[in-house]
Design a protein. Sequence first.
Length: 440
Amino acid sequence: MGAIVVIGGGIAGLTCAFRLQQAGHDVEVLEREPSAGGRMRSERHGEFIVERGAQLIASGYRNLRHVASALGIDHHIRSLARADNAVLRAGRLEPGDFGAPLRLLGSRLLSFSAKARLPRILFELRANRRLLDPYRPELAAQIDREDMPTYLRRTVGEDALEYLFAPSFSSTFDSEPEDLSGVFVLLALRLLSSGFQLQWFEGGNGLMTRTLAQRVPVRTGANVLSVETETDGAKVRYRSASGERSVLADAVVVAIPGSLVTQVCPKLTPAERAFFDEVHYVRGAIAFLLLDRAPATLPYYGVAFPRREGIELYGLASDHYKEGAAPPGAGLVNAALTERAAARLWDAPDAAVVQHVVDELARTPVGRLAPREAVVHRWDVMLPQFRVGYTARLAAFLSRTDRSPRLAFAGDYLVGPYTEAALTSGMRAATEIARALDKR
């Protein structure tokens, strides 16, 4: 069995290391932060639990549930007490939930003619079912020709684009509609159809990454400087508190955001470098408001804000509907800033970000909230954007023949911008690198 170094201690890297360890390999994870978990960590603030990254999991996340079962923590998965969603339109919160089609049809969110056009997207899903596998997005390359707004205007019309799809996708993936493709919409809807009851791990989603980090060797505070692989082995240089060090291994898995890969892998093949140069992540900011009382004005878990309503927030989530996330009767609300607002306030004090959120919510039916405390999280690389044409570039990358030896990659950019996708990429990287070593 080989000695393998995994770069990155997020859900992708930790899952990869866990699978390799189960297969009998000697593995070590190098993580630059003081603790592992990446974008799947939980923080306690008194009696409140704030998610630092992944807010939810879903009932249809089959690979996540498989790993959770192997770790013995699947019994900690809980469903939300309330999971319905709304969209702001003309000063009112109207039901706008893909998971409750009958309620959506009865909502005043869309006109009758707009509702009549919605079945067209179901026909698209059925017609392209063979190509639409959310676990293999590269299969959809041949139908990836339009960005999200162009595709949806053609299929379901302007009203459904602006007041249903665009706000829902922006609030979920923290991206402008133009930075997502039409085929990504179809892939996300396919994933939704596989089971999307909203859930979380009791005590916080960080339970999963903490448990993984307890099962595999993890060296934290290790900032990787370079990864170089040859046909006979690999060398990783990193800097820690004790200075610069290097480690030799039989192979390496790089499990960091795709846009950062070229910074640590100087000897990529031209095809690999070209792909990573085209991987884009959104830069985002989220503010959590810790409230003495849950707002009576928020009878929904999620609320999305269309651009036409002029609110500089993509949306909000009422996290107090996660049992145990807030003290009984208290409120916990998180709100995601729009890309423009996040850029403008990026270097501002946290208090300015929180004030922006409070002021923007005061312009909606939610009203002016008065948090006892607030937490702001900024992510320079938050979520990958599956832009028009990305699945074709992904397909070419995955099928490349000119590959760096003894090197594999894992990350959400290889499957999709959600936890199940990142975890799945880690499982696949473990299989790929183990097979490569077996062929020696």
